[in-house]
Write a new protein. Sequence first.
Length: 64
Amino acid sequence: MLTFDARDFVPLAAGWRAAGKDHSGVVVSTQQPISTLVTRARKLLRTLSADDLRNRVVWLNDFR
């Protein structure tokens, strides 16, 4: 899941983890032009596998 809503989704992901529930991962970003989001998302997908993302919150801005 990619979201700009860190305020809601970061605590939700932490709550799921605390409750022992699994999720596929949350990718959080600041709002950027779509071309920037696509470039960063591609870099993220080349760097991390689905297993790497499982139960994690990742900041897309780290993939510049």
